[in-house]
Design a protein around this ligand. Structure first.
Ligand code: ATP
Length: 355
């Protein structure tokens, strides 16, 4: 196991990168603590696979270093890094038994047969594969096979990190939550550093203690799921995480007060704005917007049922604002007023939170 440090990492697939857009990874400084459960979350094309390949050694970064416990491994090939990887599609040997599949990474490294047996049975037990150990892998369902892939990642005791690259893509939706909670439980038992790559916020938020959110080649926030929800550092995080995402509304700030279309709105950070150029926006999640007797006048355009609550779409002038309301709350006709919870309303400048 190891702490992994990415220092001043940049990567471009072009020989002579000129503009910012030429960099697949713009600049990354990230510490992955030993034994942590991390998710790497971001939309397609944001650089997740590029980053994984740099950590595993399949790709040399254009600039910067990868350190394992402080030792520079940037130039080491993948087989010298002691990393286990689980991919989207199960990697299993169909003709071998489940037992032999799990034993393979250990036998390959010359581990004594008695130790192989003990470890295989332990991991099989954790993954509920004990009853299938003697069966040929070919007969298993997709989720059974993916469990073997997970097992092959977990079985080695010499790994610095296990990286999961969208491991639940081929799993039936109704089995996904089972495997997801299994993985979380396994992390708590084995305590190896795990990096779980996904573009699915539910998977990231249920698995990880810390979520690394990427957008356009940059890390925009690293935090616990609750931090990402309560205090998104970037409007992208607010919008990408949450369903529906955070309202991002154009605003002005004068003398420490934010104004939405000329109406003063209390926030938790407008006082910190020291001026300067930049696009100013208010961010407030639909969970922290409520109906009120006074406040921002809006027109209600749509009410949708979302189970235990309703999503209300409103519009103020040309600005759309969403809010959530509970079951017992009555929705007025077309006209209403909204109030933003000041503790959860913040100002962003060029996308970044003002602090
Ligand atoms: N081999 C390559 N050659 C050139 N450009 C590449 C290569 N691989 C990726 N890119 C570009 O680098 C950027 C990051 O891609 P990457 O595959 O790392 O993103 P991702 O977040 O893993 O996306 P996805 O979730 O779709 O796999 C994208 O703009 C992509 O087009």
């Amino acid at each position: 196991m190891a702490k992994i440090t990415l220092k001043g990492l940049r990567h471009s697939y072009l020989a002579n990168p000129a503009s910012e857009a030429d960099w697949a990874l713009k600049r990354l400084d990230v510490d992955w603590q030993d034994g942590g459960a991390y998710a790497l979350l971001g939309p397609s094309g944001c650089g997740k696979t590029t980053l994984l390949n740099i950590i595993s050694g399949l790709l040399q970064p254009t600039e910067g270093q990868v350190l394992f416990d402080g030792t520079d491994v940037t130039a080491l090939p993948p087989d010298k890094r002691h990393i286990a990887q689980v991919f989207q599609f199960p990697v299993v040997y169909d003709t071998m038994s489940v037992y032999d599949n799990l034993a393979f990474p250990l036998r390959n490294r010359g581990v004594a047969e008695a130790d192989v047996d003990a470890r295989v049975r332990e991991i099989a037990g954790m993954l509920d594969l004990t009853d299938t150990l003697d069966r040929r892998a070919a007969g298993l369902t997709a989720d059974g096979k993916q469990k073997i892939s997970l097992g092959r990642g977990l079985v080695r005791s010499d790994v610095n990190v296990i990286m999961f690259d969208e491991p639940l893509t081929v799993i039936d939706p109704h089995l996904k939550w089972q495997l997801r909670s299994k993985l979380k439980e396994l992390h708590q038992r084995v305590r190896v550093t795990m990096i779980y790559v996904t573009h699915d916020q539910t998977e990231a938020l249920t698995f990880a203690d810390q979520v690394v959110v990427m957008n356009e080649g940059e890390v925009v926030q690293i935090g616990a799921p609750q931090d990402l929800f309560e205090r998104p550092r970037h409007t992208f995080v607010g919008h990408f995480i949450g369903s529906p995402g955070m309202n991002v509304l154009p605003c002005e700030v004068r003398d420490g007060t934010a104004y939405l279309d000329g109406l003063a709105v209390e926030t938790n950070n407008a006082r910190a704005w020291t001026g300067g150029a930049g696009r100013l926006e208010l961010g407030v999640r639909p969970e922290f917007v409520s109906l009120s007797d006074s406040g921002i006048p809006v027109r209600i355009t749509k009410v949708s049922d979302a189970g235990r609550y309703r999503i209300v779409d409103t519009v103020h002038a040309d600005t759309k604002i969403k809010l959530l309301i509970g079951e017992g709350v009555e929705v007025p006709g077309e006209a209403a007023h909204l109030r933003f919870d000041p503790a959860h309303t913040q100002v962003y400048a060029d996308g970044w939170i003002v602090e």
